[in-house]
Design a protein around this ligand. Sequence first.
Ligand SMILES: [Zn+2]
Length: 376
Amino acid sequence: MRAAAAGCETIIMTDIPLHFHWTYTAVDQAFWTEQLADWLPPRIIDAHTHVTDPRLRLRPMTEAMRRQYWVNEVFEPIDAPTAEHCHRTVFPGREVSCLVLGTPDLAYDIAGCNRYLQAECPGRGWYSLPAVRPQWTPDDVAALLDAPSVIGVKPYYNLISPDETTRDAHLEASIFEFLPHQILEVLDDRHAWVTLHVPKADRLGHADNVREVREIRRRYPHIVIVLAHLGRCYTEPHALEALPQFADDDGLYFDTSAVLNPASHRIALEHLGTQRLLYGSDNPVFYMRGRRQYRGRTYINRTSYPFHFNTDRESPETEARYTLMMYEDIRAIRQACEELGIRDRSAVAAIFHDNAARLMAGVMSHKRQRLGEQMS
Ligand SMILES: [Zn+2]
């Protein structure tokens, strides 16, 4: 990075490579300074991020798959050193840690990806949630949970069985098809953490999801359940139909990842409060530049790179002002807090650090106690 001093601030002269097509530019630096730097707390935990050794990809992404789903075009695996470099770049002056989720994609060597995280996380002070397949035995899962940096698991419906023609083969599955009871029993016994990406085109508000999440909470009360992406409530109608239904369960948590919509964050804050929300980026996807727009129950991603999905481009002047979508995401959380009059610094610190830190400490304390009892 070449930089020149101007007053007390350092202005970026050259773009800093982040990952894939994405760079950190003077636009991002200005956005950070003007919109985020004075609001974010000094310590940040990203409770939903993905790190993968790119060499563990078994089958290449096909052109047909790239055209089918926008995430297929932008989910380019990021290794641990690059992820660490990106954290330092996008959160200057902050102490950043993270909870890394395994790679929920059968085009990868899933077990190899889990081992990669076990090797890369401890030295960086990161925790991980290995991806688990529903076919794995309780002993397989118990062995995963014994690794030092592992605090739980990441199940996903696409890990039920491979399908190279569509990403939606298992979209309508029951949660118990990809997170079966025999695995839930081990997780409950270990007081472990599960970040759960709920199935169904209708997202969290689908009656089966509501019933199954409640059943998991009732039968396995020691598991730390974190519903990813606010239960996939990216739009206001989805958030309104789902989130109020969980207002009364203080022990159920949600991560904010991939939700760029201030209305969704506002509804989450109104119905869940500040103590049940965990900041997450879902990076590397949201190093993408651009913004998201909404129509009813759908959204469109606007970006400045000529991806297949990016057919309806905005003007060059507008695109030149795009910042990282992860910055748009954080600004949306800030906007929601301000609309609700949440100005308490401790509330912001809870979302961006303290809630995740408290839950991680709880899992680790149980794990140490258990290992201590085994030794004695
Ligand atoms: Zn994710």
